[in-house]
Design a binder for this molecule. Structure first.
Ligand code: FAD
Length: 494
């Protein structure tokens, strides 16, 4: 039997699952995707209420070149399929003392702002970006693009010479001392580590690639919001002949001695296939869908990324002064991360991210109204003793306090409706272990070769794709994970 005649059952219509489905169907396989939700997308979700449109997970289209490569691998151009608009300034940063910094690729404007905060620091930024550029190239070209089946492959990355500059394995926050003295600038170019769920006090300096790509390649906004990425993948999958079954939750992946034989659904139905690919969050798959084994216990002991409390507000008036992305960074930056990562809590003076998509796409809110999302990073579920309702209410107060710093004092009076997600919501909504929004953490010992394999060791026809597998979290990265898993399946069945 050749790859062409095989059937594949994919558990989950997240970004990684759908990308894998398209590659596999294009290779001639018969692909069925079972998804517990009524719609595709998983964490890259959306809801629309009374004409207000919210992206529930991702709000930042960053690393456009990765999207370009992943859509290219699917045979289409991301620039043709999505109506992408640059967002510049990318963010407005607001510090505790009320000072502001608009991150922009306009280097003249950056010079003026940086030198006002710390004389000479623009030169530091130029060196920082120069050192970060090879970090970006190594990760985008060498790490995201391939699997690591042998430790040597991973270690060799460090020997590529590309990493010679900037000491990529040093502690990220500490390494910024070589470029800036001013703590506000150190935080301005390290907070992006949170995108992969990490504290800059734990992260390797290689993650400077994140602030580099934002300034070098831009932050973009797809018309219709991030969910338009999901809609595009869904269209491509259906065009390729992929079959979807929504509202079909898998209760168990069925196995015999050394292979997966199919899936038992919550409604009692059974499905069989030659090959299974699990896109649901990997630690959840091992813990809840597979027979208990040592790997499930090992995964539970690994480090997990942080989580978030998100507020989705429909407002009865527009707040035109709110740019698309605003980030409040706290002076007690280290304490903030310690309370998230070590204590799994809500910091006393948390950082806050605000997203006002109607500033860049007026279809996000009805005329005369506004759509605003506030995200407060918090720790993940830690197995008890966390009162998330109390934390949610405290987080809301902190967001409103921060808004007052901008002179916005009446927002709470204009909230027509609110939806709020806590780590408990993320856990239940998307079956995420510990409610960790970015899955397994991305420390050096949990990346590359050390990230869990995309094939089960014992059940040789059971594969994995998604944020907790290689390469890791993020929409384009999840696409890469789906592509790598599909490539392995096709190669192993050929
Ligand atoms: C709050 C938040 C903000 C983020 N911000 C950004 C950002 O700005 N930019 C960015 O690039 N990335 C961002 N991310 C990360 C990004 O959303 C994820 O890394 C990516 O969407 C993960 O896709 P995935 O396919 O791996 O997993 P998932 O989206 O989790 O897909 C798994 C799918 O499996 C389904 N499933 C689970 N269990 C079962 C079952 N038993 N039976 C059937 N189906 C099941 C789920 O419903 C889901 O559809 C953010 C994530 C969150 C949560």
């Amino acid at each position: 039997m050749t790859a062409r005649t095989r059937s594949v059952l994919i558990v989950g219509a997240g970004v990684a699952g759908m990308t894998a489905a398209i590659h596999l169907a294009t290779a001639g396989m018969h692909v069925t995707v079972v998804e517990k939700d009524p719609l595709p997308g998983g964490r890259c979700g959306r809801f629309i209420r009374d004409g207000h449109r919210f992206d529930t997970g991702p709000t930042l289209f960053v690393m456009p070149l990765l999207y370009e490569a992943e859509f290219g691998a699917l045979g289409v151009s991301v620039w043709d399929r999505l109506e992408l608009r640059p967002v510049d300034p990318t963010y407005r940063l607001v510090f505790d003392d009320g000072s502001r910094l608009s991150l922009t690729s306009d280097m003249g404007a950056m010079r003026e702002q940086l030198d006002a905060i710390e004389p000479g620091s623009f030169e530091g930024l130029q060196r920082y970006l120069k050192d970060a550029a090879p970090h970006y190239r190594v990760v985008a070209e060498k790490m995201v693009n391939r699997e690591f089946r042998r430790p040597f492959d991973y270690l060799r990355i460090g020997a590529l010479g590309l990493l010679a500059r900037g000491n990529p394995l040093a502690n990220h926050y500490r390494s910024t001392a070589a470029y800036f003295d001013e703590p506000r600038l150190k935080s301005a170019f390290t907070f992006q580590d949170l995108y992969v769920g990490l504290s800059p006090f734990d992260a390797p300096a290689i993650l400077s690639l994140l602030s580099y790509t934002e300034l070098a390649h831009g932050v973009w906004y797809p018309k219709g919001g991030m969910y338009s990425v999901v809609e595009t993948l869904f269209d491509l999958a259906r065009d390729a002949g992929v079959e979807f079954s929504f509202g079909s939750a898998v209760e168990q992946i069925e196995t015999d001695a050394d292979e997966a034989t199919g899936a038992r659904l919550l409604d009692g139905g059974k499905l069989t296939a030659d090959v299974l690919l699990a896109n649901a969050d990997l630690p959840y798959v091992y813990e809840r869908l597979l027979p208990p084994d040592e790997m499930a216990r090992k995964l539970a002991r690994k480090r997990f990324s942080c989580s978030a409390i998100s507020f989705f507000w429909g407002l009865d008036r527009p707040y035109d002064d709110l740019p698309p992305h605003t980030l409040f960074l706290a002076d007690d930056y280290r304490e903030n991360f310690e309370s998230i990562v070590r204590d799994h809590g809500l910091p006393a003076n948390p950082g806050v991210y605000l997203h006002a998509p109607a500033r860049v796409d007026d279809s996000a809110a009805p005329p005369g109204r506004d759509t605003v999302t506030a995200i407060v990073p918090v720790g993940h579920l830690s197995g008890g003793g966390q009162d998330w309702e109390e934390r949610r209410d405290r987080a809301r107060e902190q967001v409103l306090r921060r808004l007052r710093m901008l002179g916005i004092t009446d927002l709470q009076d204009h909230i027509v409706f609110e939806e709020a997600y806590t780590p408990e919501t993320w856990a239940v909504r998307h079956n995420l272990a510990k409610g960790a929004t970015h899955g397994l953490s991305h420390t050096l010992t949990q990346m590359g070769y050390f990230r869990p394999r995309n094939r089960h060791r014992r059940y040789h026809n059971l594969y994995f794709a998604g944020a907790s597998t290689h390469p890791g979290t993020g929409v384009p990265t999840a696409m890469a994970s789906g592509r790598l898993a599909a490539r392995r399946i096709v190669a192993e069945l050929a």
